[in-house]
Design a protein around this ligand. Sequence first.
Ligand code: GN1
Ligand code: MG
Length: 374
Amino acid sequence: MTKELITQPRECPLFIAEQFARQSKITEAIAFGSGNINDTFLVAVDTPGEPYFILQRINTKVFKQPQLVMQNMRSLTEHACQKLQSMNLDRRWEVPRVLLTKDGFDHCSDAEGSFWRAISYIQNSQSFDTIQTIQHAKEVGYALGMFHNLIGDLSPASLADTLPGFHITPGYLQQYEQTLSLHTDTNISAEIKHCLQFVSDRTNWAHVLENARTEGKLPLRLMHGDPKINNVMFDTETNKAVSVIDLDTVKPGLVHYDIGDCLRSGCNPVGEEVEDWESVYFDTDLSQGILQGYLAIAKAFLTENDYLYIYDAIRLITFELGLRFFTDYLAGNIYFKVKHPEHNLLRALVQFKLTASIEYQEANIRQVIKDLQR
Ligand code: GN1
Ligand code: MG
C-alpha cells in the first residue's frame, strides 16, 4: 500500500477557548485524543480543582444539526446526573457536563462558521485504546451497563435523531452499492478485491438487526452510539471505570449497536489502528469479561430476545464498521479523517479480519453468552 501523508492543521483558536473559560486564565490548549470525526482540544486553565476542559469543533458535515446534538446532550446529562444522585452509588461515577460560554450559550461559532462547544474533563482519569486485563474488560462492560442504566428510563422520543441512518447496516450497504457504481478506478489491488468479496458474501445477512427491530423483537431504546473502548474513562488511582464520554451519538437506536461496538473495539487486542491487519483476532476471554461486567447491570432490563441477538450484534457492528471504512475509501475519504490515502482501506481490512475471527469462533461466543444468561 502506498502511504502519502495527509497532514491536517489542528490549531485551537484561543478566543474561542476563552468564551468557555469564562473568568479563568488559559495556560495551554493542545490537540487531544484520536477522534475520527470532530477536532478535540484539551484546554488547561488556572481554576483550582478543575484545571482542564475539553473544547471541540463539531464536524458539521457529519452532524448537520449540531444544535440538536447539544440539546440532546443537555437533556441526557441532566437526566443521568439526577438519576445518579438518587442511586447512592458506592463508587466514583461521573457524567460529563456541557459548559456554557460567558454569554450563557452551549456553543459558539468562529468567523468561518465552525461550531464549537465545550465539555467538562473527567479529572484524574485516562482512557485506553486496547484492553489490558480481564478486570479491565469487566470494568468496560460495567461502564456500558451503567450508561444504559442511567439513560434507560428516559423515553427514546425525548431525544432527537442527530444522525439519521447511523448503525442501520442496510442503509450503509445501499451507500456502498451507490459508491461502487460511481467508482471508475480500474486499478483494483488484491486488498480491494478481498474487501469486495467479503462484503458481497455477507449482503443477505446484513439486515439481521433491522429485521428484528421491524418485527418487534428488539425495542427501540436510547443508546450511546459509539461506546468504543477509548470512550470509557478510568480513575488513574483505582483503575476502575468512572465515566463514559463522547455523547454526540446518544439517540434512539438499539442497545445491540452499543454491545456490538463495545465488543468489536474491546476484544481486538492489537487495536483498530494496527498496520499488520492480518494479526487481528477476536479475543473471546475479553468478550466474556466485558459481557460479565455489562450483564451484571443489564440483566435487569434485557429480555430473552435481546440475548438471542447479542452474537449477531457483535458480528454485524464489526462488519458494518469495515463496510463504512471501505465505502469511505472508495468515495475518496470524505467522512473519516485519514492520515494517508489508504488509511480507510487498512481500517476496513482490520474490521473485516476481526469479523472473520468472530465468525470462526461463533460457537464459542454463543456459549459465553448462554453461560452468562443463566
Ligand atoms: C468514529 O470520531 P470517533 O472516533 O469518536 C465514528 C464511529 C466509529 C469510530 C471508529 C459519528 O468515532 O461510529 O465506530 O469512528 N463516529 C461517527 O473508530 O461516525
Ligand atoms: Mg465518537
